[in-house]
Design a protein around this ligand. Structure first.
Ligand SMILES: [Mg+2]
Length: 358
């Protein structure tokens, strides 16, 4: 089988309320790989708030696509190495890693379709169902909006809910988290997300003000770049630290592991160089006794979580409009069944490209 063509497109995905208070829309960079045998692979990455999507597409089209044309798409490891090692002057972090991710995901989609198997089963298969946590709770929501959003998820059986803590006053964050926890009751445990907005001392102070709330984790406490700071926070607070949505390679995750900078690693399949590298990160985490909780895009993260015995929850953020994908996985009693269609199981509706194309 040979790759005969690759098309890519940037889609503008409008955000539903109340997420739109924070982001008007996201951009999806989608890639379609065609072959001489008629099989097609679909991959994508999601740029939150749209940042950098156009640059990702240009890098994909001009630097990565020429490396794949004419190759056998089933040799994913070989092609991943080819993409990862191609440009010596550009590291596969940031925008370039998003572009590699979209293509790697499309290659695995093709490999799964060629084998007639869903990806998670090709990779060994640890579970065909994965529990989910509801995620949102953005800074611009009123507390009432946060509670209403949380109930959207708990109403589907989710036993976990994550909210942002972005107020400059740590006491306000404490009040908001406490109010949401009280409204949700004992059956729901919570996580909080700093999104890198604090420095080491302020984040330690903030975490200490939340220590009695039985939180599952405290996410992205400081800048993702600051490994020493992350490790200092992890040593200093009682809530387990989670981080990783802004780390891109196994080498960066190795740094997190060796410094004991987090208990939960959160690679994003659309950022961390695709399914291939995310699986390696998952196995690396297992070697350090750490759990993996993939960042957003749960509809495709489910394949990775279903292949790792140290996966813990997928992030269920209701970002996709109903007419974008042919079929979205359904949350049942707080769990998602891993799509068992060949490949990763997701496909755009026939009209999605026309409707959402930038
Ligand atoms: Mg986060």
């Amino acid at each position: 089988m040979k790759i005969t063509g690759i098309d890519s497109v940037v889609l503008r995905i409008p955000c539903p309320r109340p997420m739109s208070l924070e982001f008007a829309d996201h951009r999806m960079v989608a890639a379609f790989i065609s072959t001489d045998q008629g099989l097609e692979g679909f991959g994508y990455t999601l740029a939150f708030g749209g940042g950098g999507a156009e640059a990702m597409q240009v890098y994909l089209e001009t630097r990565l696509k020429p490396l794949l044309i004419g190759e056998d798409p089933r040799l994913v490891e070989r092609l991943w190495e080819k993409m990862f090692r191609a440009d010596r002057g550009i590291r596969r972090v940031g925008l370039a890693a998003y572009a590699v991710s979209a293509l790697d995901i499309a290659l695995w989609d093709l490999a799964g379709k060629a084998a007639g198997q869903p990806c998670y089963r090709l990779w060994g298969g640890a579970a065909d169902r994965v529990e989910a946590y509801g995620s949102g709770g953005w800074a611009k929501y009123r507390v009432e909006d946060v509670i209403e959003e949380a109930r959207f998820y708990t109403g589907q059986g989710c036993r976990y809910y994550k909210m942002k803590i972005h107020d400059p006053d740590p006491r306000v964050n404490r009040q908001r988290v406490e109010a949401v926890k009280k409204a949700l009751g004992d059956g729901v445990r919570m996580m909080v997300d700093v999104n890198q907005k604090l420095d080491v001392l302020s984040t330690i102070k903030q975490a200490q003000m939340l220590e009695d709330l039985d939180l599952v984790w405290y996410e992205e406490p400081v800048l993702a770049d600051d490994y020493a700071g992350l490790a200092e926070v992890a040593r200093s607070i009682k809530i387990p630290v989670a981080t990783g949505e802004n780390h891109y390679t196994r080498f960066e995750f190795r740094e997190l592991c060796e410094r004991r900078a987090a208990r939960y690693l959160m690679p994003d399949v659309g950022r961390a160089n695709g399914f291939s590298e995310t699986l390696r990160i998952g196995h690396l985490a297992a070697a350090h006794g750490l759990q993996v909780s993939p960042h957003v895009v749960h509809e495709i993260s489910l394949q990775v979580a279903g292949a790792l015995s140290n996966a813990f929850l997928v992030e269920y953020m209701n970002w996709a409009p109903a007419d974008l994908f042919v079929e979205l996985p359904k949350c049942e009693n707080g769990w998602f069944r891993v799509p068992d269609r060949p490949g990763h199981g997701m496909a755009l509706t026939p009209d999605a490209v026309k409707k959402y194309r930038v």
